[in-house]
Write a protein that binds this ligand. Structure first.
Ligand SMILES: O=C(O)c1ccccc1NCC(=O)[C@H](O)[C@H](O)COP(=O)(O)O
Length: 245
């Protein structure tokens, strides 16, 4: 990942040719064993959650967090740091100390924060928290708003209310498909999240057309605790879904 220098050359945003940062991300690593389960299953990215109130949160300064992060790096996994309404200094400090590959902004951050992170060499994934139920393409475009032009990748998640994410609620996949079809070639730059699990992810991929997926609660048992078998089943199910595309 980037070293996030305090200042640097301005990188022009690439708005129409973004690719998804990963194919399968398992979000909310709490132990080295979780990371091994992700690597063994064949997913390509892990999420490290730094949002304090979350059941999946990590202390960025704890030895265990460095061990989890080192295990992910050694396994060749993409390391995504998850932030919710944190300020630039906090994000920069955590990204630098853990050498994270991507910064996921999952709160109500202003687009200027992403622009500054990108200006400093960071790679940003923006969570777009959408209402559940039928959505018009224009509604999704409106929710994306300025993020579309800021050079970020997009993660479409179901609105989890005050908890911001990890809520296990699904989006309306036909609406996502409709939006993605209209979006055309830039559709590759988005990730589907929200309520995915080993049982429904093939259908979610088939209907929405997603080429990149993210899951937190759907591979846990009990809540907040990753389950290696569910992770394995999830990755296998994604592969089945992709074959049907
Ligand atoms: O997972 C959390 O606890 C969380 C808390 C606050 C903001 C975001 C959070 N998770 C972000 C993710 O990327 C999740 O994978 C995504 O929201 C989907 O979660 P789920 O519906 O449980 O699969």
């Amino acid at each position: 990942m980037t070293t996030l220098p305090p200042s640097g050359p301005t990188t022009p945003p690439t708005t129409r040719s973004l690719r998804s940062p990963f194919a399968i991300k398992i979000c909310g690593m709490r132990s080295v064993q979780d990371v091994w389960a992700v690597a063994d299953a064949g997913a390509d990215a892990v999420g490290l959650n730094f949002y304090g109130p979350s059941v999946r949160s990590l202390n960025p300064d704890a030895d265990e967090t460095f061990q989890i992060n080192d295990a992910a790096r050694q396994a060749g996994l993409i390391q995504v740091g998850l932030f919710v309404n944190h300020d630039l200094a906090f994000i920069q400090r955590v990204v630098e100390s853990l050498q994270l590959d991507w910064i996921q902004l999952h709160g109500d951050e202003p687009v200027t924060l992403a622009e500054e992170l990108i200006r400093r060499g960071g790679r940003v994934l923006r969570a777009i928290r959408l209402p559940r139920g039928n959505l018009e393409p224009g509604q999704i475009d409106a929710a994306i708003g300025q993020w579309n032009d800021a050079g970020v990748s997009l993660l479409l998640d179901a609105d989890a209310g005050a908890s911001f994410g990890g809520g296990g609620q699904s989006l309306d996949w036909p609406s996502i498909r409709d939006w993605a079809d209209r979006r055309g070639e830039s559709a590759a730059g988005w990730v589907l999240a929200g309520g995915l699990n080993p049982e429904n992810v093939p259908e979610a991929i088939r209907i929405s057309g997603a080429t990149s997926v993210d899951v937190a609660s759907g591979v846990e048992q009990p809540k907040g605790q990753k389950n290696a078998e569910k992770i394995r089943q999830f990755v296998a199910a994604v592969r089945r879904g992709e074959e049907a595309l």
